[in-house]
Design a protein around this ligand. Structure first.
Ligand code: ADE
Length: 663
């Protein structure tokens, strides 16, 4: 193992050194940007000429400077100028050019045999656009310029789409619109229009902006900025799927052309000297082979290990265990099954009905025979509910959402022929928490297990870190209720129904935030949600509203626990299930009368119930700021369950009760 460790470390070091070397090659020498036009008439006065070239180019060689070649046509006396990049160590038209370190391009007769030919070189962006003549040109008065020629002399700043980063439906094929509704006048005349498309964690975004091509964009120099259209090219070597285009016409970065042409060398890989390539490529391949060997061995060892209680090694590993069949979803988590590749699923009974969709139990065939299958749940949305399907699919697509207390997502399918959208998830036989509590009285241990796992699910949702410390986008559920919590076989909970959930990332537009006020189920709405007085600017306020709803669910679980004494039949918070509660009546109860579900004094004879009740009361405080965080509830329940040892009789009774139908 140690040997593998050393090899692994060595390989990592090698790859690191190589990437460092490659990074150096990418960044050490900024390439010049020069005017680059074939010979064309120039605009000249006696001691100065303007090239009239509207095309700039990033020079291919980092040592290149800008150059201009000037001559007068013998037939009509018009001055022609050719502009280009030039390697100053090489002759230009047979003559070495001096003075190229200057920012001025000073045209000099370099060949006495050709007095009408002048050349210059200079250093600096587009420094070859304006040329100075070291001595006046005798025939200069002959030169005139047409009005159309003059327009390029006075460049005005470009008009470009400029929306920064927005999510997009655009896929990397055909032609897409940016859908950016802001057109900006670029700050500088040198700036061009740029669009970048990327896919990160299954979410596709488009960035539109103005950018100066003399500066790198995401570490790469733009090379196509003289184009009139924005032709998307894949950027190699990026972690995400990443495409960039640039162009130099009004709003040209609105329409994005995706072609299947592979990325040109300018974008991905920059002028690696062949010798380095010969050395680096085999070294890189060797490192990959070594790393793969080390990784396979490591995974092999890992599978042999028993997972310790608490931290879940498997969740932190990138590849999941085969034992957990539902883990096969991880590879699918971001994908959409199009009609061509639908999973072999046979629908069974309906197990749930929601606002927008119904949930079926279903069999996912595993082999050739009908006997071999995995039970799954399929949430079916009619075509009209595309938006709800998409919202929930987007939430599930975040691989970092995976958690034992969040419903396991398998894949999404667009069942075009049936005009239905599907979400396929793990199936939990015990159904939702509301049904479960209706039919079961639980013991103290089950209360801690159900309550603790519910809080862990919500805390994970809200967190900006996974259990393993990876960065994650915080999510708010916004419709927490016992019907949206499933009970797993081991009597822990998992959260489901993310149709109203919100990802609290930076890309959330002000419009989306403004429209995100009052959603959810009236019975479970926090007072500030009922009143539509949430502070929408503060992401914490969304979490605080979730914590209020979670407190009501914790109360529901507690109300069915034998530790409270006399357990009554299941009732949801604020009255009978069949009562239709609307926002207005809830406002009267929750805001005007400050009502909360009842916690009888007799319940608190049990120390654990007393402690848990205090925490629940802190979570449904009228003041959102005063509420506990979900993570704090996790810690409280963990402390309470480990310090409170229920009386032997109660404990025994609870164990017997758990999972039994109510008599
Ligand atoms: N009801 C809603 N979703 C469910 C699921 N995944 N398993 C069982 N019952 C459900």
């Amino acid at each position: 193992m140690e040997r593998f460790g050393l090899i692994g470390f060595g390989s990592v070091l090698l790859v690191y050194l190589m990437s460092g070397a490659s990074a150096l090659l990418h960044t050490a020498n900024p390439h010049s940007v020069c005017k680059s036009c074939d010979p064309q008439p120039a605009n000249c006065k006696s001691n100065e000429c303007i090239a009239n070239c509207n095309q700039s180019k990033v020079c291919p060689n980092p040592d290149d400077v800008c150059a201009a070649v000037w001559w007068r046509k013998m037939d009509n006396g018009v001055v022609m100028v050719q502009t280009k990049c030039h390697d100053p160590t090489q002759p230009l038209n047979g003559v070495m050019i001096d003075g190229y370190n200057s920012s001025d391009c000073v045209l000099a007769v370099s060949d006495m045999n050709a007095p009408k030919l002048r050349q210059c070189a200079c250093t600096g962006r587009d420094c070859n656009e304006r040329m100075l003549l070291n001595k006046p040109d005798d025939d200069s008065e002959l030169i005139t310029m047409s009005a159309s020629d003059s327009k390029d002399l006075f460049r005005i700043p470009q008009l470009c789409k400029f929306c920064d980063i927005e999510s997009t439906e655009c896929n990397v094929s055909g032609v897409c619109k940016s859908l950016c509704n802001i057109t900006a006048i670029c700050e500088k005349t040198t700036e061009v229009c740029v669009s970048a498309w990327r896919r990160n964690n299954g979410k596709a975004t488009i960035e539109t902006l103005c950018h100066d091509p003399a500066r790198p964009f995401y570490g790469h120099y733009l090379t196509d900025f003289s184009n009139s259209i924005c032709e998307m090219k894949r950027v190699k070597g990026m972690e995400d799927d990443f495409y960039i285009c640039s162009c130099n016409e009004e709003e040209c970065n609105d329409q994005l052309f995706f072609t299947d042409v592979p990325a040109p060398p300018e974008y991905g890989k920059k002028d690696l000297p062949p010798v380095l390539l010969v050395v680096l490529v085999p070294a890189f391949l060797a490192a990959v082979v070594l790393l793969s060997t080390f990784y396979c061995y490591h995974m092999f060892r890992l599978r042999g290990l028993k997972t310790p209680k608490g931290i879940d090694i498997e969740t932190c590993a990138i590849i999941m265990s085969d034992d957990d069949r539902s883990d096969s979803s991880s590879a699918n988590a971001n994908s959409l099954n199009h009609n061509m590749e639908l999973l072999p699923i046979q629908l069974d009974v309906i197990v749930g009905k929601g606002r927008f969709a119904e949930v079926h139990r279903a069999k996912l065939k595993q082999g050739a025979t009908d006997e071999s299958f995995q039970m799954v749940a399929v949430k079916i949305f009619p075509y009209e509910e595309y938006a709800s399907w998409k919202t929930e699919w987007e939430i599930f697509s975040d691989a970092e959402l995976r958690h034992e207390n969040v419903l396991q997502f398998l894949t999404a399918e667009d069942r075009k022929s049936e005009r239905r959208y599907w979400l396929i998830t793990a199936y939990h036989e015990r159904g939702n928490l509301q049904e479960f509590l209706t039919h079961h009285v639980i013991g103290w241990d089950e209360l801690c297990r159900l309550g603790g796992s519910l809080a862990r699910g919500v805390a994970h949702l809200h967190s900006d870190r996974t259990t393993c410390g990876r960065a994650k986008v915080p999510i708010v559920h916004r419709d927490l209720k016992s019907a949206n919590v499933l009970v797993k076989a081991d009597l822990s909970c998992c959260l489901c129904d993310f149709g109203l959930s919100l990802r609290l990332d930076n890309s959330m537009s002000p419009e989306k935030l403004a429209n995100s006020g009052q959603v959810g189920t009236a019975r479970y709405m926090a007072p500030e949600v009922l009143e539509s007085r949430m502070d929408l600017e503060n992401i914490e306020s969304f979490k605080q509203a979730d914590v209020y709803s979670m407190a009501l669910v914790l109360w529901e679980i507690m109300s069915r626990c034998s530790a409270i004494g006399d357990v009554r039949e299941y009732e949801p918070p604020f009255g009978k299930l069949k009562d239709h509660v609307c926002v207005e009546s809830m406002k009267d109860d929750v805001i005007r009368d400050r009502l909360r579900p009842e916690i009888l004094a007799s319940w608190t004879n049990h120390m654990g119930i007393q402690l848990l009740s205090s925490s629940i009361e802190e979570c449904w405080d009228h003041d959102p700021e005063a509420r506990l965080t979900a993570q704090c509830v996790v810690e409280r329940i963990s402390e309470i369950s480990s310090t409170v040892i229920p009386p032997v009789s109660a404990d025994t009774k609870s164990t017997q009760d758990s999972g039994n139908d109510e008599k």
